[in-house]
Write a protein that binds this ligand. Structure first.
Ligand SMILES: [Ca+2]
Length: 480
């Protein structure tokens, strides 16, 4: 059963009845946020900043110029120069759907009902409709909300973007597409996947990057008088690596597959530059909060030729919970918001923190009885001496704890359960059976997570296992 407390009235919805109750559920979700927005009339919608969340796909931990990369990303670097860059921004998960669910709900992805990837097939559900997303929240506070790009959180009317708080949606619903035909890019029989507001559209042969720029710019132009909230989930540099000829030429001497990945990453940066320039040209830059972040670390899958991206000093990659899977390039820039510029923050923060942080910056109140795990990092953004709001964090990747990968962080300590990896850095020992069961590191001593010290710290392992059980209980409690 799902229990919602609405203006003092407790409403319970049978989990199995969610589909048939979809419109009732939608109204209830809306009332949940509306009941708060009514008391927030003191801040007029027009006085609120615009929000643009740019969420790239499979961009490696250090794959941007401002992180010391050899890949040219002038537009992302400019956001860092006009804002705050993070060295320890941890993705809500190490795979696509779960990371997006964590970002959009401010909850641990397992608590958002998406502990793993959801199906890319039409007709299959994804993130439960009952979840309150950033878009629901901002929409209820007078924002016009738009989704551009990748979704990968459900392929039914109520779990597609228009069912999850977005006034407008343009993009693909599954995990990835060929950027010219817009067919799902995976093994087996494939199918077309391009949608506008829940209706399939065909744009044969048109480059998806150009279409995303056109759509994002048009949405901003159309809604420049009203505050807008845009979730621009750029489906790049996720495979297929389809950068432009200009950048392929620039990187032609790099080794395969870094050459193709670098070209695609710089092409991704071109998209960001085009949209930021448009915001500037409209005179909206000071009033627009821009967040730039990757959904998790780089891929080592076959379809990306086994690599191309870089985790820098970190072990791991997409699909595992080593730092190379979780630590992502991340920047916030809001020139009119009196935030530091050209600043760097090393505190432990997480993608689930953006919902409460943006809510604070935009004077959008989260309903008091609505439970999230993210915490506002406004103080960290403003002050390099401020402590992380998190003493601990938790990740579970997989539906069943017994077979899932999970991680508990407590300060610099990190306990892994079920750890696996497809590729490991040169010189690092292969994980043993014992390592795969429990693997303890202190990141202050071992940022590369090379050595399991669980045997030397049995009390700490015990304590962190107890913390895991408590996190799991809390997740179960929210999911009830
Ligand atoms: Ca991804």
């Amino acid at each position: 059963m799902i229990s919602m407390n609405l203006e003092g009235k407790s409403v319970e919805i049978c989990a199995d009845c969610r589909v048939s109750l979809s419109w009732q559920a939608r109204w209830m979700k809306w009332f949940l946020v509306l009941s708060v927005s009514l008391v927030m009339l003191g801040v007029a919608a027009a006085d609120r900043p615009n929000v643009l969340v740019i969420y790239t796909d499979d961009q490696g931990s250090v794959d941007a110029g401002c992180y010391g990369s050899d890949i040219q990303t002038p537009a992302i670097d400019a956001l860092a120069e006009t804002g705050v860059r993070f060295t320890q921004m941890l993705a809500p998960s190490a795979i696509c759907s779960a990371s997006r669910a964590g970002l959009l709900t401010g909850r641990y992805s397992a608590a958002a009902g998406v502990p793993a990837n959801v199906s890319s097939a039409e007709g299959k559900s994804g993130m439960p409709h009952s979840q309150m997303t950033m878009a629901d929240l901002f929409q209820a506070h007078g924002y016009v909300t738009g989704h551009i790009g990748k979704w990968h959180l459900g392929y039914t009317p109520e779990t597609m973007p228009n069912g999850q708080g977005f006034d407008y949606s343009f993009g693909h619903m599954g995990g990835c597409i060929d950027n010219y035909s817009h067919f799902f890019y995976w093994s087996g029989p494939n199918r077309h996947d391009l949608w506008r507001d829940g209706k399939e559209i065909w744009r044969d042969g048109e480059y998806f990057g150009d279409m995303m720029i056109e759509e994002t710019k048009a949405f901003i132009s159309k809604h420049q008088e009203k505050p807008f909230f845009i979730y621009w989930a750029i489906n790049w540099p996720h495979y297929p690596l389809q950068g432009t000829a200009k950048w392929r030429e620039v990187y032609r001497d790099l080794p395969h597959p870094r050459d193709k990945y670098a070209a695609f990453m710089s092409t991704t940066d071109d998209l960001v530059g085009e949209v930021v320039s448009h915001i500037e040209a409209l005179g909206l830059r000071d009033d627009t909060i821009i967040i730039f972040q990757s959904d998790h670390g780089h891929s080592v899958e076959e379809r990306t030729f086994g690599g191309g991206g870089s985790a820098g000093p970190y072990r791991g990659h997409k699909g595992n919970l080593f730092e190379g899977g979780l630590r992502v390039p991340a920047v916030i820039s809001w020139p009119g918001g009196d935030l530091p510029q050209g600043a760097v923050r090393d505190q432990m923060v997480c993608g689930i923190d953006w919902l409460p942080t943006l809510a604070e910056f935009a004077s959008v109140q989260i309903p008091e009885d609505h439970r999230i795990h993210g915490k506002s990092i406004a103080s960290v953004i403003r002050d390099e001496q401020a402590a992380s709001p998190h003493q601990s964090l938790y990740w579970r990747l997989g539906h069943d704890l017994k077979s899932a990968k999970w991680v508990v962080r407590e300060g610099d300590w990190k306990l892994h359960g079920g750890a696996t990896e497809s590729v490991r850095p040169e010189g690092v020992e292969k994980l043993t059976g014992k390592d795969r069961k429990l693997f303890l590191v202190n990141l202050a001593d071992d940022i590369g997570e090379t050595t399991n010290v669980a045997d030397s710290h049995p009390d700490r392992v015990e304590r962190m296992l107890k913390m895991r059980d408590d996190f799991e209980k809390d997740i179960l409690d929210i999911a009830k």
